[in-house]
Write a protein that binds this ligand. Structure first.
Ligand SMILES: [Zn+2]
Ligand SMILES: [Zn+2]
Length: 183
């Protein structure tokens, strides 16, 4: 899915990307997105149930907001978005819900952007992802590769380094931003 920005950059990008998938605009595409969102929320509900917890209405609302965002969301932007939708959640409530999702792996913290992103593999139990961060367009890509993780953890363990937070973040330039840079 492509999220073109407005302004000159966005227009230039659209002209160069005739072969890319278009933005979801038709009713059919919107329906597909809606079905996908519901599928992800249902998966999240099953995961919570399997862990003996519940995807309450408020938790579902927060997760839905993160799943429909175009990238990681800062906590205060999340609160503002919820408020704009008519849900006045206190910061304490939102942080508590985020903490719940961080614990069960449905959301990941992106320290490089000081933001939160919905997990891209919502059927996975709590896990340690590798997150590629592009500060240019403020987007992330999640990679779950157990072999890669075992290598990193074993290497760090051999150095006597105690891991506290298993998420590995790598900052860089995404393909989209790199393409814009050379033109
Ligand atoms: Zn994940
Ligand atoms: Zn980028």
């Amino acid at each position: 899915m492509w999220y073109d920005t407005d302004g000159e950059t966005g227009r230039t990008r659209r002209r160069r990307s005739r072969d890319r998938p278009p933005r979801p605009s038709s009713r059919c595409e919107m329906e597909k997105d809606y079905n996908r969102l519901n599928k992800l929320l249902d998966e999240a509900e099953s995961l919570c149930a399997a862990q003996g917890t519940q995807l309450t209405q408020l938790r579902r609302l927060v997760l839905e907001t993160l799943l429909t965002a175009t990238g990681p969301v800062k906590a205060y932007d999340l609160i503002d978005t919820l408020r704009a939708k008519g849900h006045k959640l206190t910061p304490a409530t939102v942080y508590r819900i985020l903490e719940f999702f961080l614990q069960n792996g449905l959301v990941h913290r992106v320290n490089a952007l000081n933001a939160f992103v919905a997990c891209s593999d919502s059927h996975l139990p709590a896990h340690n992802p590798l997150i590629l961060v592009c500060p240019g367009c403020q987007t992330t890509t999640e990679i779950n590769d157990e072999g890669l993780y075992t290598t990193i953890f074993n290497r760090l363990g051999a150095l006597g380094f105690e891991i506290k937070d298993g998420t590995v973040e790598v900052r860089g330039v995404c393909r989209k931003c790199a393409k814009e840079d050379i033109t």
